[in-house]
Ligand binder design. Structure first.
Ligand code: MG
Length: 375
């Protein structure tokens, strides 16, 4: 990548992998990370995991997989425009949701509640756990042995307590420092992707109306433009025209504003970026406000919609039942997990973590099938 700027992540400056491996002849290190993620079991499972709508509700809604692809697409566009490392950006985006439970946030809440006395459960931390520990593909080590920079990007947030246990990759949360720009970008691209695709999915499901959406500035600005250019356009096309303009508006603002901050701060390396007090990748105040308002709007009107809550309420119960069953009878899990859960030196906390790993790894439909088999 000849257009890489000095403040981007450069492979020669990488803090490396946890276990040394010989370099690949035709691929860069971040490309290798990306490839390992795409080949992982957890990545394939994203196809059958809920984003907002439970997987079997309909074929056209986003799943964790299509969400992750949209995040990667948005982030790569920005990375390329800013001279950041596109391959690293993509790797982080494709891995960012690997630790999600079945049934989206309802699943995570249920599992977190069950894990309350055993260190809790947090999907973001679990994503790192998947690539560091749980993927079982290599003879010489657990996990995927990704580079530090990809792992840094996957760990978006983290409590001080967990940060202390994570070693190097947790340090920045104790020292209040920043991750590299690719990680900062992946984080914002996640929010841009769901803000926009959830408008589409919410409208498709009939849970959000045009009138409601037009109360949001980000949406209404583009509605006015499309309506003036194409009066009488049918609803589906209208929504698509508005959403693609919304994405374009926030992405353009993100690129311009970040470029001007970089111009002002002139970080000369990724270490300069990391030692900064605040994130550099970001919107102008005006767009940040509209983007945040849309987030709140979706939270109130879509994620908390009684129909969505109804679907996820059922899901919560299933996760609770499964967790309790495996805790009582670990032998109901596959041999590998059962063995780990009942290893002689396991206390309740260790056992609970194995059960949480197993439950979190399930797809929606596998969780439902297991629930039906066991209850
Ligand atoms: Mg996400």
């Amino acid at each position: 990548m000849d257009t890489l700027k000095p403040y981007a992540a450069h492979e020669e400056q990488s803090l490396g992998r946890r276990f040394d491996e010989p370099k690949a002849p035709y691929r860069g290190e971040f490309q290798r990370d990306r490839d390992r993620i795409v080949h992982s079991t957890a990545f394939r499972r994203l196809m059958y995991k809920t984003q907002v709508f439970v997987n079997h509700e309909g074929d056209l809604y986003r799943t964790r997989l299509t969400h992750s692809l949209e995040v990667a697409q948005i982030a790569r566009t920005v990375a390329r425009a800013l001279g950041l490392n596109e391959m690293l950006t993509e790797a982080i985006c494709l891995a960012h949701d690997l630790g999600h439970t079945p049934f989206g946030h309802a699943g995570q809440d249920a599992l977190n509640a069950r894990m309350k006395d055993f260190g809790g459960f947090e999907h973001n931390l679990q994503s790192l756990r998947v690539v560091d520990e749980l993927e079982a593909k290599y003879a010489s080590f657990h996990g995927l042995n990704l580079t530090y920079e990809t792992r840094e990007g996957i760990l978006k947030h983290c409590s001080k307590k967990n940060a202390r246990e994570l070693g190097e990759v947790g340090k920045r949360f104790l020292e209040r420092k920043q991750p590299g720009l690719e990680a900062q970008l992946a984080n914002i691209a996640d929010a841009i992707a769901y803000n926009n695709h959830d408008v589409d999915d919410g409208f498709r499901a009939g849970l959000l109306s045009l009138e409601q959406l037009c109360e949001e500035r980000l949406f209404d600005d583009q509605y006015q433009v499309v309506h003036a250019e194409h009066p009488g356009l049918e609803d589906r096309r209208l929504i698509y025209e508005i959403i693609r303009r919304m994405i374009n508006t926030v992405v353009t603002d993100l690129i311009d504003q970040t470029a001007s901050r970089l111009d002002e701060l002139k970080p000369s390396s990724i270490d300069d970026v990391r030692s900064g007090r605040a994130a550099i990748v970001g919107f102008t105040d005006e767009v940040f406000e509209k983007h945040t308002n849309l987030k709140h709007f979706l939270n109130k009107n879509l994620y908390q919609h009684e129909k969505v809550l109804g679907m996820v309420g059922e899901a919560k119960g299933m996760i609770e039942v499964l967790f309790d069953l495996y805790m009582t009878d670990p032998e109901e899990m596959p041999a590998e997990f059962a063995g780990r859960a009942s290893a002689d030196d396991r206390d309740q906390t260790g056992k609970a973590r194995v059960v949480a790993d197993y439950v979190a790894g399930m797809t929606d439909r596998f969780a439902i099938a297991e629930y039906e088999r066991l209850s």
